[in-house]
Design a protein around this ligand. Sequence first.
Ligand SMILES: [Zn+2]
Ligand SMILES: [Zn+2]
Length: 238
Amino acid sequence: MPGPNSAASCYLIEHDGVRIVLDLGPGAAGALLRYATLETIDAILLSHLHADHCLDACSVVVWHRYAARSHGPVALYGPVGTMQRLGAAYEQPAADLGDVFDFHPMSSITSTGVEIGGLRISFARMNHPVETYAIRVEAGTTSLTYSADTGICPELIRLAKGTDVLLCEAAQPDDEPGYPPDLHLTGGQAGAHAAAAGVGRLLLTHIPPWVNADAQLAAARTAFAAAELATAGMTYTL
Ligand SMILES: [Zn+2]
Ligand SMILES: [Zn+2]
């Protein structure tokens, strides 16, 4: 969910005039306007359809229909059912959003990946209760891998192998037993995945507002020293 200092999940990647967005959680489209008008986004990739990762795609519909009317559909990648889910969230009966989004199911390109304006994108299924994809973005020899939401997952280690930055969720408190399994990573588990994948840096993200972020960071650093907390509005140059 959003917190007092951040919208829900959303990450803007820019390379050589190309802009892609990973996830669009509640509040994210407004924050995104500080950096890019929404019609300049070349592609939107939704890791999964939990509300905290996708619902502000509805705000993109509003923008395209009322602020950037002459703009054609934007490429949208996501799990099967994305258009139905967003259409139902936008209005009832469910809206046809084909004028705003040109949809591509990630399941059809999981093995091949996709190229978007010089960015090579690849995916891997994560260990989460719904169809969920981690996303690796590469430009030349530089790369970033986003975990999406996941419990402990060897596929994340495989996808993130040698990546420069692992942007990894750490939603589950380390010191509170009783969380459901196969849902989220603790800080310590995020650090262990980063170490096993041999990544350059670890950015912890998706820490809920009721969880102590410093404790998540300390736990991650016990397994992987080059860990930091991602914060809203921060820019990282790779
Ligand atoms: Zn989720
Ligand atoms: Zn989530």
